[in-house]
Write a protein that binds this ligand. Structure first.
Ligand SMILES: Cc1ncc(COP(=O)(O)O)c(C=O)c1O
Length: 424
């Protein structure tokens, strides 16, 4: 029972896991008739079994009530987005009026940059990380150009300064100090998608603000993965998606945060009727009066079918609670790390920071020997129902998700890597 490489050990950890029941609330994809070891919740989270009932409720309401569905019952479509508001606020550590579910991540990033990236000749610069998620970079670069500035000088990327491609707080601090008086916006991830590194949002927001800049965050890989305190962090705005750790389905409606101090801002924004104050929205007048808070950035009436599964997911988070999920996540990822260090160090190098407070659940693993060997291992794992994802040129990302992954899943990953190594 003390050898972590045995089934008995992993099964005992699973038996002692207070959250083990949540695994049964998900559809687990099958491989050769048995559940996959699915480690790709950082890309697309699994389907909560409860999602179907929420989607069917919308379909039934549409079938039986048609337009009246906007106005009847607790789940009426007029106020449907408000059904997820409190759960989202709890998840990201915000006040309810600071969060809204709308659009998609990249669309929200653009919308909030319309308000919060206001470059001037003296202050045109956006600071971001080198190697940021491509969509973010495209969005930022296009915003710089849109305002008539030059990305070559006004889009500044902070290079990783640590051995495995991670970025120290000192490097961020230096970059902010260097560009301080030309800085309009710092746009940073909560968790870096490639390395799995987690950042201190409060510290970054404080540095940005001290330099006179706005602080915005992309929380795609942080939300539902780490406990967040967005309000207290002082962030000006944040955006995220709900199809990864939030298990709300492919292309699910995304989320956005606008700090309370901007609730009644006079900043410019791109407006639509759903952002107009509910009290006057249906007078259909020509004047736009924004709803105070994050709701005021909405454009359209939301896609109800795209929002419905999020209700099932938030219900799970409320029952499991983030502190308990995080405690399990640290154990689960720590177990993965231990199995790699203790027996697979010749095959896999952990790229993700070793300190639990500098990472979420994901470990990014560089395969020794380069790309061809890495692809071979990746194919071997997939052919045996162990699914991670591949990041060029030589990294496999493994994200043990505390809501549905088990310690036995983690052992299965390590045992399969061992089988590959010993067979080669
Ligand atoms: C870090 C990050 N930013 C942005 C995106 C783009 O998201 P969307 O396609 O929802 O706009 C993703 C998608 O996976 C992401 O991981």
């Amino acid at each position: 029972m003390t050898d972590p490489h045995t089934d008995e050990y992993a099964l005992a950890l699973d038996a002692a896991d207070p959250l083990r029941g949540f695994r049964d609330e998900f559809h687990l994809p099958l491989h050769a008739g048995a559940p996959q070891a699915y480690f790709v919740g950082n890309s697309l989270g699994l389907q909560p079994k409860g999602a179907r009932a929420h989607v069917e409720q919308v379909l039934d309401k549409w079938a039986t009530e048609a337009v009246e569905g906007h106005f009847t019952g607790d789940a009426q479509w007029m106020t449907y987005h408000a059904l997820v508001r409190d759960g989202l606020a709890r998840l990201v550590g915000a006040q309810p009026s600071e969060v809204v579910a709308m659009n998609s991540l990249t669309a929200n990033l653009h919308l909030l940059m319309v308000s919060f990236y206001r470059p001037t000749r003296a202050r045109p610069v956006i600071l971001l990380e080198a190697g940021s998620f491509p969509s973010d970079r495209y969005a930022l670069e296009s915003q710089v150009r849109f305002h008539g500035f030059d990305p070559a000088t006004d889009l500044v990327e902070v290079e990783p300064d640590e051995a495995d491609g991670t970025v120290s707080m000192a490097a961020i601090e230096r970059a902010i100090a260097t560009h301080g008086d030309r800085l309009a916006l710092v746009l940073w991830p909560g968790v870096q998608y490639r390395t799995g590194q987690a950042f201190d949002l409060g510290a970054i927001a404080r540095l940005a603000h001290a330099a006179g800049a706005i602080a915005g965050f992309d929380l795609a890989h942080a939300v539902g993965n780490l406990p967040l305190q967005l309000h207290d962090s002082g962030a000006d705005f944040a955006v995220w998606c709900h199809y990864k750790y939030l298990n709300a389905g492919p292309g699910a409606v995304a989320g956005a945060f606008v700090h309370e101090r901007h609730a009644r801002t006079g900043r410019p924004r791109f407006a639509g009727w759903w952002g107009n104050d509910e009290a006057t929205r249906f007078r259909m007048g020509p004047e736009f009066t924004p709803t105070p808070g994050a709701d005021g950035w909405q454009l359209s009436n939301p896609p109800i079918l795209g929002l419905a599964p999020l209700r099932a997911s938030l219900d799970q988070y409320d029952r499991a609670t983030l502190p308990a999920l995080r405690a399990k996540s640290e154990r689960l990822t720590g177990y993965l790390e231990r199995l790699i260090d203790d027996g697979l160090g010749d095959v896999l190098q952990v790229v993700t920071p070793r300190e639990p407070d500098r990472r979420g659940c994901q470990l990014s693993l560089r395969v020794a020997g380069g790309r061809a060997r890495g692809r071979d291992l990746f194919g071997f794992l997939a052919a045996r129902g162990v699914l991670g994802d591949w990041r060029e040129p030589d990294v496999i990302r493994i994200a043990p998700v505390p809501l549905y992954n088990s310690f036995a899943d983690v052992l299965r990953f390590a045992s399969t890597v061992k089988e590959w190594r010993d067979g080669r």
